[in-house]
Ligand binder design. Structure first.
Ligand code: GLC
Length: 747
């Protein structure tokens, strides 16, 4: 049965080909839909295996590697520098027998040269348009330097800020991650992969990687099938629907099965059930690592399990190039799996137009283009979340002597964030530089870092920082994390500010000067104490090259912040996981909770409240998913169901009126949440189902309309079949996940 389904997939892959003329063994590809099949039929076993072998090459390559490429034993290369690309491509395209071009890949995660906010920051924009634009710009710059494949978007649902890779994620919500992940894929891939400046996207890490136990990277995950289908697979389903050219399997073992060897999820769900026609690449050395997982005895078994599970390309483990030949000699039935994998790779290369245009024509004028920097600044502006504002922001006209203090005020490298290989720190405009260069009004900038970097344990700069604060009208204190403290393999058990940053806040706070905190980090931090000492707090997830101008324009009122949190902020690390879309449990915590120090001494052994909360930190987060303030105020009214045709057209529509009742033009992210109150499996207390950015002038009002379809109200039950069940639904519309106008309806 399985062989038949694979043969079916092979014919589907070929039938979808958009044949292009190639310079390889005289196959006339134009108009001939069997282009890849013809090529496959000419390939030796070694050449087939070669297409599945991926190398990471930096610098000039040695003779061994050149020989392997000439022999057709390498299919794709990552991390190669642009200056070597064409000469290495010639080894394949001119000197190999079938002249199959190499595919060049790179981690272009949130920008190539022009660096956008880290994906968690882009998620805070709740703006698919700017996210798509950012990916488009990244693709344009990367393409202009020869890159045709990026390992992005990262779509791992992340509810644990201890996990360093939350920085690369789009946050805790499946719907937001699905919408923005699809936007990134559209941005990277454009209308056609064959178009100039289109590069192949890679939906990663499939799947569940963000649920690492303890938030410790690479750790095991234990996601049961129902939760897997309702939450963790959701953004990947959207990625497949958006036409992602490739997927990357994740490092984690889920319920004991490494995803690299998980036939159920890779082959049965992704390739067969979802009919994904593209390429699945392993993560770095992950095939070999199945030995360490205790899932394979040796590299031979690891290679077999990976091929059977559905890994097409082996990233950097060399298991395929060393083991597949003997495996196929021992079991010729594996050839069907091999051919399927090779066809997927050939198809991707063909769709990218590589057979026609294997060489790169560099165009350095595109790097850091003014329009790119402008978009990066807009993305950064929209990524900042105003967490608190006791009427300090925007900075009052009379406040012109500004103390700029803190280790992140002028940190051009760290402001870029994690996963930046090609962006250059000397292109970064920091807040200090932006404020010094600001021309919108006359400012006197007094700068004293106080701490040299976020982990600085030296107190030698604190005194001067305090003295500087005392000379100012208001203090702008820039704190957070160096970029190396988040990202891959950089998990933290404690989310408090590192180093002496908290002490710096306390010392500055003692001056009594108005204090604005501006935080730049790769994750939520537990900064409740510091927030209490400040009059205003602006939070950014490493905002990239143009973070400085974005911050300056926000602080000085040229831009009204509109960011919303894509992830809940814990009050204390011990609360994690503290996400909004949790189940109710049989004993949900009450509104009013006892405070730890109000509990009487020798209290009777009746459990306090008999409900689910922490005696010391309650159960609510510091800030909920979707939270973010504005310089203006928005009022919601008249929330109603305008059309309920769920049982005929399968649609239900809602409307709500939104008015700007403040003094500034501003943008509100209107959010619609739904709860399936009773179902055959307990459903979350609420789930985001729609959102819309709405800009209003002071006094302006707009009616916002949302339409849901039955699929939005459906879920995967015990049988893993998506279904909608009769019963009561609740829905909220509002400014974040903790509040809103409420309605009920029945299905
Ligand atoms: C890394 C990451 C993956 C990345 C790959 C190539 O280990 O897990 O996200 O794309 O290797 O750099």
């Amino acid at each position: 049965m399985r062989t038949l389904s694979i043969l079916l997939v092979i014919s589907i892959i070929c039938s979808e080909f958009i044949p292009v003329s190639g310079s390889q063994a005289n196959a006339n590809s134009s108009g001939n839909s069997d282009f890849c099949l013809q090529l496959l039929q000419q390939m030796t076993l070694e050449e087939k295996i070669g297409q599945l072998h991926q190398l990471s090459l930096r610098g000039d390559i040695g003779e061994e590697t050149k020989k392997a490429i000439r022999a057709g034993k390498v299919g794709s290369v990552i991390n190669i520098e642009p200056r070597y690309m064409n000469q290495v491509q010639e080894l394949a395209e001119k000197e190999s027998r079938l002249k199959i071009p190499l595919l060049y890949g790179r981690d272009v995660i949130h920008g190539y040269k022009t660096i956008f906010p880290i994906p968690l920051g882009q998620a805070a924009t709740f703006n698919p348009g700017i996210v798509r634009e950012g990916a488009r710009i990244a693709a344009t710059e990367a393409y202009s330097e020869g890159i045709r494949w990026t390992f992005a978007p990262m779509l791992d649902i992340s509810k644990d800020a201890r996990w360093g890779r939350i920085a690369e994620s789009l946050g805790e919500d499946p719907y937001l991650s699905s919408v923005l992940g699809a936007a990134m894929i559209e941005g990277f891939q454009g209308k056609s992969l064959a178009d100039k400046y289109s590069i192949a996207a890679c939906a990663k890490h499939f799947v569940g990687y963000g649920a690492a136990e303890g938030g410790r990277d690479y750790n095991s995950t234990n996601i049961p099938p129902v939760l897997m289908h309702n939450v963790y697979l959701a953004p990947f389903r959207a990625a497949n629907q958006a036409g992602a050219a490739s997927f990357m399997a994740s490092f984690n073992d889920n319920d004991g099965i490494p995803l690299t060897g998980d036939t159920e999820l890779l082959r049965n769900v992704l390739k067969n059930k979802w009919q994904f026609p593209g390429v699945v690449v392993s993560d770095w050395n992950a095939i070999n690592e199945m030995i360490k997982h205790g899932f394979a005895t040796n590299r031979t078994e690891a290679a077999l399990k990976a091929l059977q599970a559905g890994i097409d390309i082996d990233m950097m483990s060399s298991a395929y190039t060393n083991e597949l030949q003997q495996l196929i000699a021992a079991d010729s039935s594996l050839m069907t799996l091999l051919d399927d994998a090779v066809l997927r790779v050939l198809r991707m290369k063909q769709q990218l137009g590589l057979f026609e245009k294997p060489y790169n024509e560099a165009n350095p004028s595109l790097l850091y283009a003014a329009s790119h920097l402008e978009s990066a600044r807009q993305a950064a502006e929209e990524s900042f979340v105003l967490l608190k504002n006791n009427n300090l922001l925007p900075l009052k006209p009379e406040w012109n002597t500004l103390a700029v203090i803190g280790p992140m005020a002028d940190a051009p490298h760290d402001q870029l964030g994690t996963w930046v290989f090609d962006g250059e720190k000397d292109k970064t405009i920091t807040p200090l530089r932006a404020l010094r260069e600001y021309t919108g009004r006359k400012l006197r900038i007094l700068y004293e870092p106080g701490l040299e970097y976020t982990r600085d344990l030296s107190r030698k700069g604190l005194k001067k920082a305090v003295e500087t604060a005392q000379k100012s009208d208001i203090v702008l204190l820039f704190l957070g994390e160096e970029s190396i403290l988040s990202g891959e393999a950089h998990s933290m058990a404690d989310l408090n500010l590192v180093g002496l940053q908290s002490e710096l806040v306390a010392e500055i706070s003692k001056t009594g000067k108005p204090l604005v905190l501006v935080v730049m980090a790769g994750r939520p931090l537990t900064i409740e104490k510091e927030i209490e000492q400040a009059g205003a707090v602006l939070y950014g997830f490493h905002p990239g090259t143009m973070g400085g101008p974005a911050i300056a324009r926000i602080l000085l009122g040229d831009v009204n912040p509109s960011g919303k949190l894509p992830v809940s902020f814990p009050r204390h690390t011990g609360q994690i996981p503290v996400h909004y879309n949790h189940n109710n449990t049989g004993r949900p915590a009450p509104e009013k909770l006892p405070s730890l120090y109000e509990i009487p001494r020798e209290a009777k052994q009746t459990s306090l409240g008999n409900t689910s909360f922490y005696l010391d930190y309650g159960f609510r987060p510091l800030f909920p998913f979707g939270y973010g303030l504005s310089y203006t105020r928005f009022e919601y009214s008249d929330f109603k169901i305008t059309r309920n045709e769920l049982h005929s057209s399968g649609e239900i529509s809602f409307s709500v009126k939104l008015r700007n009742t403040g003094n500034y033009t501003g943008t509100e992210v209107v959010q619609l949440y739904v709860q399936d109150v009773v179902a055959s499996v307990a459903r979350p207390v609420k789930e985001l189902k729609r959102f819309e950015r709405v800009q209003l002038k002071p006094g302006e009002q707009k009616e916002v309309v949302f339409t849901l379809i039955t699929d939005d109200l459906s879920f995967y039950g015990r049988d893993l079949v998506k279904t909608i069940e009769k019963g009561l639904f609740r829905t909220w519309v509002g400014t974040d996940s903790s509040q809103g106008l409420q309605l009920e309806f029945k299905y």
